[in-house]
Write a protein that binds this ligand. Structure first.
Ligand code: MLT
Length: 257
């Protein structure tokens, strides 16, 4: 996988982006790495600079790709920080390979699977991406991704996010939509998460609203919930200062353990 990294030290944070983004959504985090940490942000298969793998991109497959990515860099355990689809993949990584996870950050994501209606919508969007290109899918999502505050005050963030979405491949988009449609319910396994967990959500997140974050925080034994004011679904880009402050406070707490 194509990736960017910054910082150095004994601690590693693996950032897992959402759909249909790339590792570039984490640029503001890689620009502010706390002392003693190495931040790594891959482009998932079919997104940014990473070619698609071919076939349905299930969350399990994504999780396994992430383990290979850690193996290739000699990283045994990492803090895994996933946003939205990246959160679904992070929960799959916990299910399959909990020993590789030092702590979790679950940003703007949910435990629940798709409703039958949402699942049907995914297959329709995948077909639309294959026949009309990724732009139609990105354009349909854009109004729901960023908060009204971000859209009104941060044209630079809107433009960056559009550029990131345009770097996705048709196969990546279609295969990830099919993979998300197939994901299982993670709720029954949340009680098994025995590592420190930070749950973050934008207060104006339309796609994975604060109520979904509350479910995660209620069912994960050692979880802390932070609601980020003014942000929508892409908190790491919309409110980088608040996101980074919450993340570095969480990481400092891990170092102190
Ligand atoms: C994402 O940001 O990864 C997607 O909105 C997740 C989803 O469609 O469920």
């Amino acid at each position: 996988m194509n990736w960017k990294e910054a910082g150095s030290g004994p601690g590693a944070v693996l950032f897992v982006h959402g759909f249909p983004f790339s590792g570039a959504i984490w640029d503001d985090q890689l620009a502010a790495v706390p002392e003693g940490w190495r931040f790594l942000a891959p482009d998932l298969p079919g997104f940014g600079g990473t070619p698609p793998v071919g076939g349905t991109l299930t969350m399990e497959r994504l999780a396994d790709e992430l383990v290979v990515f850690l193996d290739e860099r000699g990283i045994h355990r990492a803090v895994v920080c996933g946003l939205s689809m990246g959160g679904y993949a992070t929960l799959a990584l916990w299910r399959r390979n909990a020993a590789r996870v030092r702590a979790l950050v679950l940003a703007d994501t949910r435990a629940a699977p798709d409703t039958p209606q949402a699942r049907a919508g995914r297959y329709e969007s995948a077909a639309r991406a294959r026949s009309n290109g990724v732009r139609v899918v990105a354009e349909a999502m854009l109004p729901h991704l960023l908060s009204p505050h971000t859209r009104a005050t941060r044209p630079d963030v809107v433009a960056r996010l559009v550029g990131i979405m345009e770097s996705a491949s048709v196969e990546g988009v279609a295969e990830a939509l099919e993979g998300m449609a197939e994901r299982p319910d993670s709720l029954p396994m949340l009680h098994t998460i025995d590592v420190p967990t930070l749950v973050l959500v934008g207060e104006a997140d339309e796609l994975t609203p604060p109520a979904e974050a509350e479910v995660l925080a209620q069912h994960i034994p050692n979880a802390t919930l932070r609601v980020v004011p003014g942000a929508g679904h892409v908190t790491c880009m919309e409110a980088p200062k608040a996101f980074n402050a919450a993340l570095s406070g969480f990481l400092a707490g891990l170092r102190a353990r």
